[in-house]
Design a protein around this ligand. Structure first.
Ligand code: MF3
Ligand code: CO
Length: 254
């Protein structure tokens, strides 16, 4: 069942999302050659806690950190590690979840470390754009898979690999709720979107093959051809005529 959130619930999710965005901003500001993903995790956790919230990922299915930090060929679920040190030319996907008064916000973005290759730059741009191409169909009356289809159609033009094993998802009192939201598919399928649904849409796009595998740590997802991958995600609420992004900063935060 896809739950409908009340105005009050959406306000709480917006606060969770705002704190999540503040954590993202602090991590982004700290990203530079020489810093470890372990340090980035500590930064995010301290921002989240300083706002009276908790990191959604910590303790989730045994995960021990506030963020996932996925460098280059790591698609998602990169585990923060003191030995994972950023260097110029890397790309790093940061995924963060925040729980505030029982409601979750979940978002991800991929950053360049210093100067990066043109092909990585293009991958980042296309992946971020694909999120917004999908969200054009995040409105009451559309079918869920219209979002999926739009992401696929947009990404296809560039010949990139769309990860199929992982999807976006509903989000609210649980980090993962129904429905799951693939980043590919036919239009006109799945639930009909209604005002008050809250969704995390998250394209994971590979420069090369779409195929991925999980490392022995049980978490880290990597491309099988070791080519880079990018990830962007926002939590949105469906409104009458479109969507509102919940995982963003408010005017006074900027
Ligand atoms: N942000 C991820 C998602 O969107 C969740 C990360 S898994 C965790 O599904 F264990 F780290 F929480
Ligand atoms: Co998510």
């Amino acid at each position: 069942m896809v739950t409908i959130k009340s105005k009050r619930e959406i306000e709480l999710m917006k606060e969770a999302g705002r704190i999540n965005a503040l954590a993202h901003q602090a991590v982004k500001d700290a990203i530079k050659p020489g810093i470890s993903t372990f340090e980035l995790d500590l930064i995010a956790e301290s921002v989240i806690r300083s706002h009276g919230a908790t990191p959604s990922f910590k303790g989730y299915q045994g995960y021990k950190h506030a963020i996932c930090a996925s460098i280059n060929e790591v698609v998602i679920h990169g585990i923060p590690n003191r030995k994972h040190i950023l260097k110029k030319g890397d790309i790093i996907a940061i995924d963060i979840g925040t729980c505030y008064k029982g409601y979750h916000g979940d978002s991800a973005m991929t950053h360049a470390v210093g100067e990066i290759s043109n092909e990585k730059q293009k991958l980042l741009e296309v992946t971020e754009r694909s999120l917004y191409e999908g969200l054009k169909f995040a409105k009451a009356g559309c079918h869920l898979s219209d979002i999926s289809h739009a992401i696929e159609e947009f990404v296809k033009q560039y010949g990139y690999g769309i990860v199929q094993e992982f999807t976006g998802h509903g989000v609210g009192q649980a980090l993962h709720e129904e429905p799951s939201i693939p980043n590919y598919g036919k239009k006109g399928e799945g639930v009909i979107l209604k005002e008050g649904m809250t969704l995390a849409v998250e394209p994971m796009i590979n420069l090369g093959t779409s195929r991925v595998r999980i490392l022995k740590d049980g978490w880290t997802v990597v491309t099988i051809d070791k080519k880079p991958s990018a990830h962007f995600e926002h939590t949105v609420a469906i409104t009458k005529d479109g969507y509102e992004i919940l995982t963003k900063l408010e005017e006074n935060d900027v």
